[in-house]
Write a protein of this length. Structure first.
Lengths: 132, 125, 246
């Protein structure tokens, strides 16, 4: 698109909606942002399962079926990618000083990853414990 | 206001990052495939877990807070795909309003399903 | 033995004649392994086609004038070695996301305006008189902002930023990183003056953290981090009771 700007005529390129296919980095950024959609759907399914427990023992249908398991596998990929990117990026953003010096970001990132492992192990244990 | 939504976006991101993978792995894959016994496979065990007020509070946080993260991300993603309107007031009302609505619905569902047994709590006391 | 050559495909645009830019190919001798894209352009200008227009000055990665899209990547043309591309042809285009004035020359007016808008100078409530001696800083205080002061205004980050590409109103990576450079300078007292521009809808909140700005920066500045930290700080200013400090 050409246009007049002051006395000189300039050419302005517009960005196509497909810009994110230009670079691998852009692509993975879009994957990271898109992860919100499968995770949102998965949580709504979980909410539906909780709701169906209000129907009594005969009306309760736990989540299952081939389609749901396949979707969960896909959601797990997006979920792990979200965890990895969010924890490493937020670890790099959190900043504070210890005795006048900027605390380096790598221990914060590692602390978050370790916390993730502990919390995950606890959730797995709790879901098993409530089944007994 | 941007600041508030971004703050909620960050909170939702942390909750989703820390808690979600384990739930999806266990309740979405291992449980349905019979890889391990999981609370929500049977009505009795799931309801007894849902009676617990701490479990209720946890589930409300687990389900509702990430939606503030999702709403923010999806709104920006729509902008990234060239839909400038998603920056506007009405888009914000739509996206963030949905996450508020889901929060309310979640609280209602988790609260009313397998209600906290006041009598049982009294007996414990 | 036949002389080694390399093909340069450069964007040509003459505002008086062309409706839109087109590519022109030049095959030039590749005689020296240390040749960079800027050397190739200078060879073309001197020996092949004197009408090719582009900006350059120091040819050693300091002035920030010769930023271009090289095979689609934002790069300083003085730091892009031909040997990394040969024998394939090299596509040389003007920086993305800016209006093209002629050939490889872009209009930097908007960038200059944004740079100025964040008041990139030390602001003080009361000036310290020159006679009172130097205003000393510890190494730790300098480390606080040094990284962000390395910026050479080459605009590579703007050309790599899809958010700026989609919305030219966005304040952009270099300007926000530079604001942080002054906000974190122990001599500066101007944070509150810069805040309206930084914490604006077209300031940090417009950024969706693609992060490509930090990848392409030739000076190792991390604008993406600067923007996210600014978001965190602005949020904390209101959340934490003692956050609204100077």
């Amino acid at each position: 698109m050409a246009e007049e700007s002051g006395n000189t005529r300039v050419y302005r390129k517009t960005m196509p909606p497909s810009w994110w296919t230009r670079k691998a980095h852009y692509f993975w950024y879009v994957v990271r942002e898109f992860s919100a959609l499968p995770l949102a759907i998965w949580l709504l399914l979980l909410l539906g399962e909780i709701r169906s427990a209000a129907n009594g023992p005969a009306g309760y249908h736990p989540l299952g079926g081939t389609g749901f398991v396949i979707f969960s596998v896909i959601a797990l990929f997006f979920s792990l990618y979200h965890s990895y990117t969010f924890l490493s990026l937020s670890g790099a953003i959190i900043h504070f000083k210890v005795i006048d010096r900027q605390f380096p970001s790598w221990p914060i990132v590692w602390a978050q990853m370790i916390m993730w492992a502990i919390v995950s192990a606890f959730i797995i244990w709790a879901l098993w414990w409530f089944s007994t | 206001m941007h600041m508030f939504w971004w703050f909620m976006f960050a909170q939702g991101g942390v909750i989703a990052a820390l808690l979600l993978p384990a739930h999806i792995l266990v309740q979405g894959i291992l449980g349905p495939l019979g890889g391990m016994p999981v609370a929500d496979r049977h009505y009795e065990t799931w309801v007894s877990a849902l009676h617990n007020p701490i479990v209720k509070l946890y589930l409300i946080v687990l389900i509702s807070v990430p939606f503030f993260h999702f709403a923010h991300r999806l709104r920006y993603l729509v902008v990234d795909f060239g839909v400038h309107e998603a920056k506007g007031m009405w888009a914000q009302v739509g996206f963030y309003g949905t996450s508020v609505a889901i929060t309310i619905v979640t609280i209602w569902i988790v609260w009313t399903t397998a209600p906290i047994d006041i009598g049982a709590l009294h007996l414990l006391g | 033995m036949a002389e080694k050559t390399i093909t340069i495909q450069a964007t040509r645009f003459d505002p008086d004649k062309d409706a839109r830019p087109h590519l022109q190919s030049y095959e030039i001798p590749f005689i020296d392994e240390s040749m960079v894209v800027l050397d190739a352009l200078n060879y073309i200008k001197t020996h092949v086609d004197g009408s090719l227009s582009y900006r350059w000055s120091c040819r050693m990665g300091i002035c920030g004038s010769c930023g271009m899209m090289i095979n689609g990547q934002s790069k300083l043309s003085c730091s892009a070695f031909l040997r990394d591309y040969w024998p394939k042809p090299i596509l040389v285009e003007p920086l993305n996301n800016f209006p093209i004035i002629r050939d490889l020359v872009i209009d930097m007016e908007d960038f200059m305006h944004k740079l100025k808008s964040i008041k990139p100078w030390i602001i003080r409530k009361t000036e310290i008189p020159l006679g009172s001696g130097e205003h000393r800083q510890t190494n730790a205080q300098i480390d606080d902002f040094r990284q962000f002061s390395e910026c050479i205004n080459c605009m590579l980050c703007y050309s790599a930023c899809p958010v700026y590409g989609l919305n030219n109103e966005f304040r952009g990576p270099a300007a926000i990183a530079l604001a942080r450079r002054y906000n974190h300078d122990s001599r500066d007292e101007g944070t509150k003056e810069r805040l309206p521009v930084i914490a604006d809808a077209e300031g940090v909140w417009e950024c969706s953290f693609v992060g490509e700005c930090s990848v392409v920066c030739p000076k190792g500045v991390d604008p993406a981090k600067a923007i996210q930290q600014s978001k965190l700080d602005t949020s904390l200013r209101f959340v934490v009771p003692f956050g609204n400090r100077e």
